[in-house]
Design a binder for this molecule. Structure first.
Ligand code: ADP
Length: 190
C-alpha cells in the first residue's frame, strides 16, 4: 500500500526494520540513547552485536553532534550502520518520540511530528534516497497506533514540499496485526 505526495512515495510495510533494505533506518530511541528495549534494543544488537557497545557509540555521537547527553524531540543523532550494511543500510538516525501512556493530545502530536520531521530532514541532508521508520512511540511509550500512523501521513506530506533527495519513506510495522491496523488508516485517510 502506498501513497504519493509530490515526488515522494510513502509506503506501509511489514517486517523487521533491522533487515529492511533502505539507505537509512530510524530508531525510536529514548532521550539518552540507552537502547534498553523494543526496537532500539533490536537495532543495537543487530548493528553492533553488542548492545552496550552500540550505546557507547551512540552517546559519543550525541556528544559530538548535539553537544549534550540527551536529545529533545526533533533533535536526531546519526550512527553508522555497522553490521546492517549487509542490507544496504548506511545510517541509523536516532530520534525521540513522545511518551503517551495511552493518552493522546495535540502536545503529543506536535512532539511526534518534530521527531519524524527531524529524521526526514537529516536523511535529506545525508543525501539518502530511502528511509524506513518504526512506529515511533506506539510501543513501550504507549501512543495509539492509529494516531501515530495519521501523524506520519501528515508529516510526510508536509516534508514532501522540501525534500531534495529522499524519494521513498517506509513505515515498517513489526506485527501483522499492527500492519493491518496501519493499512486501514491509510485506506480511510489516503
Ligand atoms: P517506543 O518506546 O517509541 O514506543 P518501541 O521500541 O517500544 O518504541 O516500539 C515502537 C514500535 O516498534 C512498536 O510498534 C514495536 O512493535 C515496533 N518494533 C519492535 N521491534 C521492531 C523491529 N525489529 N522492527 C520494526 N518494528 C519493531
Amino acid at each position: 500500500m502506498e501513497l504519493r505526495f509530490r515526488n515522494l512515495i510513502f509506503k506501509i510495510a511489514q517486517g523487521d526494520i533491522t533487515r529492511f533494505r533502505s539507505e537509512a533506518i530510524v530508531n525510536a530511541a529514548n532521550k539518552y540513547l540507552e537502547h534498553g528495549g523494543g526496537v532500539a534494543y533490536a537495532i543495537a544488537r543487530a548493528a553492533a552485536g553488542n548492545v552496550r557497545e552500540y550505546i557507547r557509540i551512540s552517546k559519543e555521537a550525541m556528544r559530538e553532534q548535539i553537544g549534550r547527553d540527551w536529545i529533545e524531540h526533533g533533535e536526531v543523532v546519526v550512527t553508522p550502520a555497522l553490521r546492517l550494511e549487509q542490507y544496504g543500510i548506511k545510517y541509523v538516525i536516532h530520534t525521540v518520540g513522545p511518551y503517551c501512556g495511552g493518552r493522546w493530545d495535540e502536545d503529543k502530536k506536535e512532539k511526534l511530528k518534530k521527531a519524524i520531521l527531524g529524521a526526514l530532514r537529516k536523511a535529506d541532508e545525508l543525501k539518502v534516497r530511502s528511509i524506513a521508520f518504526p512506529a515511533i512511540s506506539a510501543g513501550i511509550y504507549g501512543c495509539p497506533l492509529e494516531e501515530v500512523v495519521r501523524t506520519f501521513l501528515e508529516t510526510v506530506e508536509k516534508f514532501s514540499g522540501e525534500a531534495d533527495n529522499v524519494r521513498e519513506v517506509y513505515l515498517v510495522l513489526y506485527s501483522s496485526e499492527d500492519y493491518e491496523r496501519a493499512l486501514k488508516v491509510l485506506e480511510v485517510e489516503g
